[in-house]
Design a protein around this ligand. Sequence first.
Ligand SMILES: Nc1ncnc2c1ncn2[C@@H]1O[C@H](COP(=O)(O)OP(=O)(O)O)[C@@H](O)[C@H]1O
Ligand SMILES: [Mg+2]
Length: 479
Amino acid sequence: MGFGRKTTVASERTPEAPPEVLPEAAPAPAPEPAAEAKTAPAPAATPPSRAAGAGDGATFHRNFMLVRDRLFELMDVSAAVSAGREAVHKEVLQTVGEIASRERLRMTAAEQERTCTLILNDMFGLGPIEPLLDDASISDILINGPGQIYVERGGKLQCTDIAFRDNDHLVNVAQRIAASVGRRVDEMSPLCDARLADGSRVNIVLPPLAIDGASISIRKFAKNKVGFQRMVEGGSVSPAMARVLEIASRCRLNIVISGGTGSGKTTLLNALSQMIDAGERIVTIEDAAELQLQQPHVVRLETRPPSIEGGGEITQRDLVKNALRMRPDRIILGETRGAEAFDVLQAMNTGHDGSMTTLHANSPRDALARLENMVLSGNPNLPQRAIRGQIVSAVNLVIQVSRLRDGSRRILNLTEVVGMEGDVIITQDLFKFEYDAGEFTADVRGRFVSGHVRPVFYDRANYFGVGQELMALLTGPGT
Ligand SMILES: Nc1ncnc2c1ncn2[C@@H]1O[C@H](COP(=O)(O)OP(=O)(O)O)[C@@H](O)[C@H]1O
Ligand SMILES: [Mg+2]
C-alpha cells in the first residue's frame, strides 16, 4: 500500500514551483509575522511571467488557503481519499478553477495547477515534506514539531524553512504514514516504526511523549546506491581495502559491521552483499527492509511489532531461528540489537558462513563486547568464556565505520578476530585509518594504513584462489 506519491507528484509539479518555495510551507491562516516572513516564497523564485501579473507569494498563499477551505467544504474528502489520487485529480483541478472564478480570484492556470498539487499533497501525500522526499540530495528528514524541519545533505544537518500548519496537520500526516503500513499511532500508542511506499524508513513519536509536537524521523531510501566504487572515489575506503572486502565476502567470511547511527553500516552491508555469488540462497532479516540484494535467490523477512492488543509480535530472534530451517547458504541480519545475537552466532557457527550483520558500537573491541552483552541478555546463565569462545569461532571480521565531524563517512578499521588467549579475544587490524597528527582542519585528514600482518583467513583465501592477491594488497605499495 502506498500514497501514490511517486507516480503522481513529480509529473504534476509545475516547473515554476521549485520545492523549497512551495507555499505548502505556509503558516496557519492567522500567522505570526515572523512565521510569515520565514515561510513566504522567496521573490527570486517567482518566475518573471507571473511576477508581472498574478501577484506575489503572499497573494498566492491567501488565495490558496481560501480555495483550499472552500474545496474541503464542497468535496467529500474521505470519499475522495478512498478513490485515490489519480481518480480525483481532474475533479480537484476543476473545482479549484470554479472556486477561483466564483470568488473572483486572479489566479493563473499555473497557479491553479499548483494549488491543486498542494491540496492533493495534503490529501494523499505527506504535505509540506513531499518536495524533500523527492530531493535526491537529501538523505534524512527530521521533523521536530510542526515548525522545525531539518534535513541531512552530504553528511551535514541543515534547518529548512518548511513548516506544517500546526501540530494537528503534522499528526495527521504521521497517522497517514502509519495507516499505510497497517499500523496505528495515537495517544494510546504514540511510538511507531513504518516505511513509506518508496522504501524510506520512518519513526514517529507523538505528544505527549514528544514534548514540542510530533516528531518524525525519515531515513530516505537511497536510490543511488553507494557501492565500493563510489566509496573509493569519495575517500571512504582505499582501493586496496575495498578489494580486500570483496575478497572477504567472496571467501564467505562472517562479517560484523560496527558503527554509530547513520555512519553507513547498512550501505556497506549492501555493498558487501553485491559480491555474493548469484547461485547462493540468501535469507535476509530486518525490522524494516532496507537491503537491496541483486541476487535472484533471496528470501526477505521482516519483523512484526505487537498489535494494539499486545499480541502477535514476531521478533528478530524468532526470524533468525526460523531462517535456520530454511536451508540458507547465508543469513544477513540487518542489525543485531538484542538476544538474537546468540542465534546469529549459532548460525555463523553451523555452516552458514558468509553471514553478515551490523551493530551499534564505537570500535571493533566495543563491537565484540556489545555482542557478548547481547548474548548474555538473552542467556544469562552462559559463562562468559563460553560466549567469547563462540564469538571467536563465529566472527571473522569486524569493520568499523564512522561518520566524521566533516560529514564524511570512513572505514576506520578492518579488524580480524584471531583467537583467544586465556579469557581475552585477540584481534588484529588488517587496515586502519590514521588521523594526521598535524593542525586541526575543517576536513578530516589522514590515511589508510595496512597492519602488515598475515590474515588468519589467508589459507581460506588460497582455497578460493585469491591468497596471493590478498597478501599483495596487504603489503603492496601505498599501504
Ligand atoms: N561511504 C559513504 N559515502 C557517502 N554516503 C554514504 C556512505 N555510507 C553511507 N552513506 C549515506 O549515509 C546515509 C546513512 O547510511 P546508512 O548506511 O543507512 O547508515 P546506518 O545504517 O549506519 O544508520 C545514507 O543516506 C547513505 O546513502
Ligand atoms: Mg542502518
